[in-house]
Design a binder for this molecule. Sequence first.
Ligand SMILES: [Zn+2]
Length: 607
Amino acid sequence: MLRLRAYSTLLGLLLAQYAAGQPMQVQHEVSFPGLKQQYVNVRSEFPVAGPTTMLRMPAWIPGSYLIRDFAADIENMRFSDRAGNPRAFTKTAKDAWQVNTGGMQHLVAEYRVHAGELSVNTSWASPEYIVLNPATVFLYNKSSRPLQQALKVHKPPWFEHVLSAMPQDEQGMFMAADFDELVDNPLVIADAPIHAFEDRGQQYRLVNVAATGFWDSEQSASDVQAIVAASNRFWGELPFDRTYWFFNILAERGGGLEHDHSTLIMGHRWQMQDRDDYIKWLSLAAHEYFHAWNVRRLRPQALQHYDLQQEQYSNALWLAEGITSYYDNLLLSRAQLVEPDEYFKRLALDLHVLELTPGRERISLRGASHDAWIRHYKQDANSVNSTVSYYNKGAVLGFVLDTRLRSGSKNRVNLDHVMRQFWQRWKAKAYPEGAFLQIVAELGGEETRDWLEPLLSQSGSLDIDLALAWYGLVLDRHPVNNAARAADEPLEAGMGINWEADVPALVVSSVVHEMGASRAGVLPGDELLAISGERVTRETIEDRMGRLQPGLEVQLLLARHGRIIEVPVILDEARPATYEIMIDEDFGNRHLRRLESWLGQELTVNR
Ligand SMILES: [Zn+2]
């Protein structure tokens, strides 16, 4: 209560200044004198009132649910008045500075930020290009947060563009309505081709930063345009009031982050030289664009107002991320960018990953959403056993729910209808728990809601095979070397070990519970040297396991913390190495019609 009163008094003083003709604006400037050492120099001027002012650095960036403590990259903090007279301050928390501001109307903060982490959630500055996420660069407090934020960028002279979806005034100054809009608008400073296109009267730009001959910029622009058109058809209504930007950084990285009028995505130039890999990039672009509706504007209530200093818990990330992940692949088919077989390959991968994750039996979709901060974003060797990805299981749930709605309504109702109704009802205000289920009940019947509810609140599997069967499809779960194995050959053996990818030795990265290695006490970090006295290596392990039969007991020679130990293991049946979606034997015309309405393509079937 006391804090609330102090806050409103401050705001009152600030408003009094405004009435007196002072500009109610925070003015930020960034420059790059230390670019070779990756420094971003910042000068920010805040209107202040009262004897002290506390300024804070955000601890996380909306859309990526991990405390990142951006304050750790701040150096040389200095506070002064407009004339440059220094002001005393104390650091009162890891991300808070308290300054004596008695008698001042404007406080100037000057510091530099080390921008050395290239990802969609952080900032990077180098002479090649600069990517700034304002959450990692600028300070704020409760009274400055609602104020207009003006940003002047002193770009190094060799760069052509300073790009952002933020509005700009006539002088080229970026103008965010408030601190939240500033945080929502990454800046890209680079020389890069800008591709412009239009759909339904809306302007779009795709910027390919660091593209070379291995990345066909024109092709990527025409494909993104097709994604945009399919997504706009899906939603039927565009929520933008200015140009929407796709910032694509080609830097041997992955990932994407959604914003109101832009997205920052990362890929690598060789991706376009491999069909499967390029489809991944296309689905990333589709994913982030779908978020312009689902999560940016269709927002769970728990995330309505961001608390930039600490965790905010939402049970609905399966809906915000998982359903988006279902559509990011499906919309590529509807955009005619992938063949049905290519779409099935993506779907089969989702089904495969889910069935190889024993953690799906440990935690519900709501639980995994809630614990994103400590599970999905902080994975360790036991994550495969303890948790499930709300992206992965949420996408599979989207598929199963969509099919359930279709099969229960003679294909008259589907998940597209639910999402559009959800949009119409909740686009203007954050949605409460249960809002989505309510619409499922209205369009798909009470029994569909009653079927869905436990799939969200309980752990366990989803009936994938039943959903596929409605389309006349069947899932083939291959063992390791299925193609090479004759029908009468015995099954291959497995132990339930995942190996570290980037080391030459056979080092255990994780052990899947309820399989042989786990039962025998093999641990993450163990190095496998031999099986029953026979040397095995990264090159030979798959072949050797393929020659052993389930049920056999072998001795594993392991190195653990520098000592050699021997562990007896009873081998299991190998887990399926690949999943393939196939046409079932009873496939008929009704299945063909269902597939066509789902995939948005005219099909011919080759059995
Ligand atoms: Zn996402």
